[in-house]
Design a protein around this ligand. Structure first.
Ligand code: BTN
Length: 261
């Protein structure tokens, strides 16, 4: 089915930039791909949100697919055109997105909501949201960023292989997706302002929200299983872990990942 585009201005009176332009699509392959195509044609302003009620080819991390319920969950991408974000600071975008999702979900559910490095959002051990960020770097600056967010809202039948959950499963109550989207965009904007103003809470709140900190956990380092405990992230977004020999090292995603649960 061809995407149905509905352009609407921001009708709230908050002067919010994130979501001021909302492009609402019926069915699309991937909102991240759609955003990239429109960005390449210079058709999108900073803060534009592309929302799909159905994604037929949703993309996840490490080439995986992202499956969500048609008109049940939230799948959207936020286009950012930062004016002065250094490439070396790009992990701050992951912090903005993950914290926005984490705080909106935490306000609705009783169980603890944490961020599994780099930016999955978990309720206890179950994944409720995934984030896929694509940055374009020019020189040493981030020229544009597409922040794709998938949040399980009303789905109840999810693939147990991924240990998933949804707001509906956590709360027992059907959620209004567009209200949740509004809340997410407001939270994102607050965190975006923290990024722009170099507010220390962006870093400290992210550290506080990190999943499994201080707990011995299974990881894969260069493809080999190891046991380590996460401590924090460094400014490059690498996870700082202590291994069983007492050594403390920061690793990026190219070397370290959490083991399968
Ligand atoms: C993950 O693997 O955890 C990341 C999942 C990201 C899914 C979102 S849904 C909206 C946007 N469009 C995509 O194709 N992927 C992201």
């Amino acid at each position: 089915m061809a995407p149905k585009a509905v352009l609407s201005g921001n009708e709230n009176m908050t002067g919010r930039i994130i979501g001021k332009e909302l492009i609402e699509l019926g069915s699309v392959g991937s909102t991240n791909k759609e955003a990239a195509e429109r960005l390449a044609l210079s058709q999108v302003a900073h803060g534009t949100v592309i929302l799909a009620h159905e994604q037929t080819d949703g993309r996840g991390q490490r080439g995986r697919s992202w499956v969500s319920g048609s008109s049940l969950d939230l799948t959207f991408s936020i286009v950012l055109l930062p004016s002065r974000l250094r490439a070396s600071d790009q992990f701050k975008l992951a912090k903005v997105a993950a914290l926005a999702v984490q705080e909106v979900v935490q306000a609705k559910v009783l169980n603890e909501v944490k961020i599994k490095w780099p930016n999955d959002v978990l309720v206890e051990r179950r994944k409720i949201a995934g984030i896929l960020i694509k940055n374009a770097i020019v020189g040493n600056m981030v020229q544009s960023s597409i922040v794709g967010i998938g949040l399980n809202v009303n789905s109840r039948e999810l693939d147990e292989a991924y240990l998933p959950t949804s707001l509906r499963l956590e709360t027992g109550v059907e959620q209004d997706r567009m209200t949740v989207l509004e809340e997410l965009l407001s939270a994102f904007e607050r965190r975006w302002v923290q990024l722009e103003t170099d507010h220390p809470a962006l870093g400290s709140d992210f550290s506080d929200a990190l999943w499994s900190v201080g707990r011995w956990t299974g990881f894969e380092l260069d493809g080999n299983p190891i046991t380590a405990r996460a401590m924090d992230v460094d400014s490059d977004g690498r996870l700082i872990v202590e291994t069983e020999d007492g050594k403390v090292t920061a690793y990026g995603l190219e070397r370290l990942r959490f083991g399968e649960r």
